[in-house]
Design a protein around this ligand. Structure first.
Ligand SMILES: [Zn+2]
Length: 153
């Protein structure tokens, strides 16, 4: 885990809560940080830094390095988590209470949240058969989506 101590449970449900969390961690609410947060709230799901930086005209593309730095800062204080969906760039998503696991397609890169009940059932199965407490928060389960399976058939 890369989250800072005490970061767990720092779920945010809107910009005011996110800004309060920055201040509570002694961080300046710079316009760059505010813009990255707005892009995260506007994103439909876990987004790459490039997608966030390219957001609806919010950030000039030249600010990709600063987007990465700000995402790292937000991750360090537990506002954002970083996901790996097989190959391709990592994706970032706001922590919003319930932590969803994801399944992603190794062929086309599509992904879907698995939902808490599915993740709990998977965790129980893995624990029962191996004794390991499996975590699905940072890495997706990788497979082949229905559309790619249909193309294969
Ligand atoms: Zn696919």
């Amino acid at each position: 885990m890369t989250a800072a101590p005490g970061a767990a449970g720092a779920a945010v449900d809107g910009m005011p809560a996110a800004i309060a969390a920055l201040r509570a961690n002694g961080l300046r609410v710079s316009s760059a940080r505010r813009i990255v947060l707005e892009a995260l709230f506007a994103a439909a799901g876990p987004a790459t830094a490039e997608e966030l930086a390219a957001g609806p005209g919010l950030i000039p593309r030249s600010d990709l390095a600063s987007t990465y730095r700000n995402l790292e800062t937000l991750e360090a204080i537990g506002l954002v988590r970083h996901l790996h969906f097989g190959q391709g760039a990592g994706r970032y998503v706001l922590r919003r209470g319930e932590e969803s696991g994801y399944v992603s397609c190794r062929h086309c890169g599509a992904y879907e949240p698995m939902g808490a009940a599915t993740v709990a059932a998977l965790s129980d199965t893995v624990r029962d058969s191996t004794g390991y407490d499996a975590a699905f928060a940072s890495f997706s389960v990788i497979g082949l989506c229905a559309a790619c399976r249909a193309d294969d058939a």
